[in-house]
Design a protein around this ligand. Structure first.
Ligand code: AP5
Length: 295
């Protein structure tokens, strides 16, 4: 119930464009600022009392308008989520589902780096050297790249879903300095022995970006199967190095978000994992909506 209510609020929120909701550009804190509603004309022609804060008008609004202000307020502070976990724990797979359901902007540090590699940029060339060794790409390359994407208007207006970032204490601190904090930090927990199998069986569709697994999520038909590709770091040898890097960094990272971490068992079916995440994010969104509507 909670999730369906929140999903309704979310769907309504994402359906409204910021301009119809009279939103301004994001403020320095990354939040949208909504100006007070213009005074409604009164039958006598006298100006009504000025509107109070959102959801708390000093004069009575029709019910429809009051509901609308709640939805607008929800847009003013959209959902912000981080998802973390070992290599192949299912972050990308869950992000696709979260993005579709909640309309968040998916920002994957790994995808941004692969885009730099594909573009042949200097950053891409440097990044590839580290990625091939299963190591973290240096902060000089990653931090600004992710920050810039995060501060784009679409992410600020619709909310964001940060996948695989931050991955170290220094990256977390870079966000804290900018007062960029999620509402929820999801940690996907999958036993190591499953991760290698997931990595070596992973395939990607270069046309749709969809993630497949030869055993667990095989391609729908021969045509798709024939065009699937494999990531250069998806070998047994490299995933072991990536896993080592993950364990070297994860503890220090978690301390930054300990009050908002939710551990989700990722060794279940994709659907079961998502059902838990959907419930979690639904209730998080509902809480945000309630807070805003009661102020
Ligand atoms: P990145 O691309 O982020 O790789 P990763 O963290 O190793 O995670 P993966 O993308 O491998 O896995 P995933 O958890 O998304 O799993 P997926 O859903 O695809 O980073 C690559 C490299 O870039 C790093 O090694 C580093 O060098 C660099 N980098 C990235 N971020 C950085 C940062 N912040 N700082 C510095 N450097 C950075 O699923 C995997 C497979 O399992 C798929 O085949 C899928 O179909 C299958 N699967 C998923 N869920 C299930 C399930 N529930 N049951 C069965 N199969 C499943």
């Amino acid at each position: 119930m909670a999730s369906s209510m929140a999903a309704t609020a979310c769907a309504t929120a994402t359906a409204l464009s910021p301009s119809t909701a009279t939103a301004q550009r994001p403020s320095a804190q990354g939040r949208l600022v909504f100006p007070a509603a213009p005074p409604a004309p009164t039958p006598s022609g006298s100006a009504p009392p000025a509107a109070g804060r959102l959801g708390q008008p000093r004069y009575s609004l029709p019910l429809g308008l009051r509901l609308a202000s709640v939805v607008v307020a929800a847009l003013a502070d959209p959902l912000k989520v981080m998802i973390s976990g070992a290599p192949a724990s299912g972050k990308g797979t869950q992000c696709e589902l979260i993005k579709t359901k909640f309309g968040l902007v998916h920002i994957s540090a790994g995808d941004l780096l692969r885009a730099e590699i594909a573009a042949g940029s200097d950053n891409g060339k440097q990044a590839k050297e580290f990625m091939e060794k299963g190591q973290l790409v240096p902060d000089e390359i990653v931090v600004n790249m992710v920050k810039d994407r995060l501060l784009q208007p679409d992410a600020q207006e619709n909310g964001w879903l940060l996948d695989g970032y931050p991955r170290s204490y220094s990256q977390a601190m870079a966000l804290e300095t900018l007062e960029i904090r999620p509402d929820v930090f999801i940690l996907l927990d999958v036993p190591d022995e499953l991760l290698v199998e997931r990595v070596v069986g992973r395939r990607l569709d270069p046309e749709t970006g969809k993630i497949y697994h030869l055993k667990y999520s095989p391609p729908e038909n021969e045509e798709i199967a024939s065009r699937l590709t494999q990531r250069f770091d998806d070998t047994e040898e490299k995933v072991k190095l990536r896993l080592q890097t993950y364990y070297q960094n994860i503890e220090s990272l978690l301390s930054t978000y300990e009050d908002i971490i939710v551990k989700v068992q990722g060794d279940r079916t994709v659907g079961d994992v998502f059902a838990e995440i959907e419930k979690l994010l639904g209730s998080s969104l509902e809480k945000k909506t309630e807070v805003v509507s009661s102020t």
